[in-house]
Design a protein around this ligand. Structure first.
Ligand code: SF4
Ligand code: SF4
Length: 125
């Protein structure tokens, strides 16, 4: 499973650098196919705005991942990514990177977040 590290401290799913969501959706930020990480976003971003924002994001929580952290395990969401111009993109909208880093500290909207691991297809490791 791809590890997810996240810097988006304003998201209800953010837990000290990890993501507590069950699944995250990484999308193209505009109709233009992404050429850099700034052209991508984590659509699952849900801005912290009091207790009601946490309640409304509870339908997408990785409960088993949270339980596994109690015994030293990892808590990583599954990833659905439609950014098919990325080197790590695979069929069925899978991400084949070992780990991704989502950037956008202090984000107010999902457009302020990026998949920082995006790499254009054709670029060598
Ligand atoms: S911005 Fe995305 S990756 Fe980061 S905590 Fe929120 S849902 Fe998870
Ligand atoms: S590394 Fe590429 S394939 Fe993986 S989530 Fe980010 S943009 Fe999508």
């Amino acid at each position: 499973m791809t590890q997810v590290k996240c810097h988006v401290n304003t998201c209800t799913h953010w837990l000290s650098g990890q993501c507590g969501a069950g699944n995250i959706d990484i999308l193209n930020e505009t109709e233009i196919m992404p050429r850099s990480s700034e052209d991508t976003e984590c659509k699952t971003f849900h801005r912290k705005e009091g207790i009601t924002s946490y309640i409304s994001s509870m339908d997408n929580v990785n409960w088993s991942g949270m339980a596994s952290t109690l015994t030293g395990g990892d808590m990583n969401p599954t990833i659905t990514c439609v950014v098919d111009t990325c080197h790590y993109w695979g069929q069925n909208d899978e991400c084949h990177a070992d780990a991704i880093e989502v950037s956008g500290s202090d984000a107010e909207h999902s457009q302020d977040t990026n998949c920082g691991t995006f790499k254009p297809k054709g670029v060598e490791e």
